[in-house]
Design a protein around this ligand. Structure first.
Ligand code: MRU
Length: 356
């Protein structure tokens, strides 16, 4: 099957960022074009593009879109002032996935290397090439995670996953879903249980869609069914992605992941997390300092256009939770498997990456 191109740059330097509007899937396949940095910000905030690596790639292209207003200016200070403005602005879109800050930092560092040596127009061109490089690297990284992780899944096993971690959440192929795709491509027969993933239903809307497109056996369950499905013996492995992993291995991911890890431990089922090096935030000693995004209560009370709770009800809507490292059997990165999940093993596998 053709890989999903969740986002891509269209045209030359004065082009734009085109992406699948993931809020419309699976009923409609619609692409939108972001022609200014406000449109990129809005697309990230509203989850038109989502998933940690895809957010990072979108932010890198967002910098290029944002710089179009100054790429022909002669004044270097104006250009770098705008670069700060654009990166600071994009950094306010979503707080948890560190890939966003990693990508913005990489773009700023790249620009900084050429300050005083090249014109704004030349630096803008270098930055577009850098955004494309981040995008292209992610394709290779996803394949590598798939290769390393595939050996963890036995033929005939049931695999439970949460949220969406596939081609839609990355340049293509995915993180946790890459492992499932690679295992399936190597001939293993898997039955995937996809959590619905309340409140925004990334599992129901996106993961089942991706798995069905690839002909992988997938069964949709409500989040509240996961423990029972494990108890029934249907699941031999749980695998998720992550939005930020601290130096000790504590991993933030979509709300509900922590509960899955606890259930997996209670049933002696290995819990795996697949994430690229750009998702590790080695500046944080543990998961306690990971910022957790709080989202609009309407996502809980008025999901998908229908009111499902009384007017005025108090709502708590954290978008992520943190799974302690002790519950993670193995971290799967593009550099290989990390187990046991310890600070030392992480440090030796993951090269330090700039963080927020
Ligand atoms: O709010 P989302 O849909 O951006 O959350 C995404 C997740 O939690 C994914 O599991 C995570 O980004 C890792 S996958 C690439």
């Amino acid at each position: 099957m053709k890989n999903i191109e969740t986002l891509h740059w269209v045209g030359k330097q004065d082009g734009c960022l085109r992406m699948i509007d993931q809020t419309r899937l699976p009923l409609e396949f619609v692409e939108i074009e972001c022609r200014d940095v406000e449109a990129v910000w809005e697309a990230v905030k509203m989850l038109r593009v989502r998933g940690a690596p895809a957010i990072g790639i979108a932010a890198a292209y967002g910098v290029c879109v944002g710089l179009q207003t100054v790429s022909n200016c002669q004044d270097e200070a104006d250009f770098f002032g705008r670069l700060d403005e654009v990166t600071d602005y994009l950094a306010t879109s979503r707080p948890t996935a560190v890939n966003l800050f990693w990508a913005l930092e990489r773009m700023k560092e790249t620009a900084g290397q050429f300050r005083g040596k090249k014109s704004p127009a030349e630096i803008a061109a270098i930055l577009l090439a850098e955004a494309k490089a981040i995008h292209q690297e992610d394709r290779r990284i996803c394949r590598a995670m798939g290769r390393h992780g595939a050996k963890l899944l036995a033929d005939g096993s049931g695999v439970l996953t949460h949220c969406n971690t596939g081609g839609l959440a990355t340049a293509d192929y995915g993180t946790a879903l890459a492992v499932i795709f690679a295992a399936a491509e190597s001939g293993k027969r898997l039955r995937v249980y996809a959590d619905e993933t309340r409140p925004l239903l990334q599992g129901a809307r996106l993961t089942t869609w991706e798995l069905m497109q690839r002909g992988i056996d997938v069964t949709l369950i409500c989040d509240s069914m996961a423990a029972w499905v494990m108890r029934e013996g249907r699941v031999q492995a749980v695998i998720t992605g992550a939005d930020r992993i601290a130096a000790n291995g504590d991993a933030a991911n979509k709300i509900g992941t922590y509960g899955l890890a606890l259930s997996a431990a209670a049933h002696d089922i290995p819990f795996y997390v697949a994430a690229p090096a750009s998702t590790f935030d080695l500046s944080l000693a543990d998961g306690g300092a990971i910022p957790i995004e709080q989202r609009d209560p309407a996502e809980v009370t008025h999901g998908f256009g229908r009111q499902t709770a009384p007017d005025g009800v108090e709502v708590y809507n954290p978008a992520f939770d943190v799974t302690p490292a002790r519950l993670i059997h193995t971290l799967i990165s593009e550099h290989g498997l990390i187990r046991p999940v310890t600070r030392e093993k992480i440090a030796e596998t993951i090269a330090p990456t700039p963080a927020a």
